[in-house]
Ligand binder design. Sequence first.
Ligand code: NAD
Ligand code: UFG
Length: 338
Amino acid sequence: MNILLTGGAGYIGSHTAIEFIEKGHSVVIVDNLVNSNHFAIKRIEEISRQKIPFYNIDVADIANLDKVFCKHKIDAVVHFAGLKAVGESVQIPVKYYRNNIDSTLGLLEIMEKHNVVNFIFSSSATVYGNNNDIPYNENMLAGNCSSPYAWTKFFIEQILKDVAVVNQNFSVVLLRYFNPVGAHPSGKTGENPNGIPNNLFPYISQVAIGKLSELKIFGNDYPTKDGTGVRDYIHVVDLAKGHVAALEYAEKHKGAEAINLGTGRGYSVLDIVKTFEKANNVKIPYQIVGRRAGDLSEYYADASKAVLLLNWKAEKTLEDMCRDTWRWQRQNPNGYDE
Ligand code: NAD
Ligand code: UFG
């Protein structure tokens, strides 16, 4: 199949491109590089040993997007493009709604014009909101979201469900990611945050390499096994393989289906620090500070629907996630800035 990856130069998109190519598919990437770097495309090409058609355009620019669909016969779309910083979305909500929703609407219009009906969407566990019990399962009512970012995912899911009602040929899988971490085992691609990282894994690896002096652990008074926050961390290569499985499913089915991509297992911040130290033989100095506003104490996936419908489950261990993160950081101390 010829698969269009919007946002394919980003963290998850680049790893997914590699897995699709590995399975014999072709990919076309559209990305405006607002949160990524063109060297990521070069690295995908190095790993997969082939040239990737890449277009530096905004997905909301439908005139140029139309040209991409005219030039390439697209069979399916995986829509990663979007702004994703939860805290920033609270500060600049209009920009988040405009970017994430406009780009999806433009994409749907052009897909309809070209009669493309298979769609995979990057949703998020944040759509479960603040009041659901753990583990989160797909039958729970989503909503009650805690940030504009999460609401964009919630609204886009609804838009896609509405399209599936009227277009009987449309097939969409709403993949609700938990916490993607890690890097490609080659060390050539990984997460490349701008400035000081917000997220735990890139922060820890920058402490390990000496760019940051110590990790600040946000709270040790949560009602969890050791008081620190618990999340469902999933290796980005497992997550990428989940997209390959989701597309195989989408081809054979119609309608909209929400599916969690997680491991089903929660680890605390202290679990991560200890495992990272042991797996990589490094020291992570840390200090306990106050809770971060907006953080939930603990959540993880009920991962059974993905097994049932996609015949997919995460296989890599927490040690793999820590080892691969560290390999990427060591080999690329300044990310993609070659
Ligand atoms: P990322 O920022 O690395 O990748 C997103 C890519 O989209 C970037 O390359 C960016 O340049 C591009 N982009 C953004 N707006 C665009 C637009 N209008 N037109 C063209 N390109 C545009 O993020 P990621 O971690 O790879 O996340 C991919 C998707 O998965 C996002 O939609 C994100 O919200 C979602 N997601 C991520 C996480 C996570 O923790 N990383 C968790 C849940 C969901
Ligand atoms: N944490 C620290 N110190 C840090 C960074 C994080 O203690 O410097 C803690 C957090 O408090 C939390 C855990 O580590 O308990 C994980 O935090 P992350 O920032 O890595 O991840 P979040 O769970 O907050 O959010 C992530 C992504 C979102 C996505 C969500 C989906 O950032 O974009 O997962 O579940 F929507």
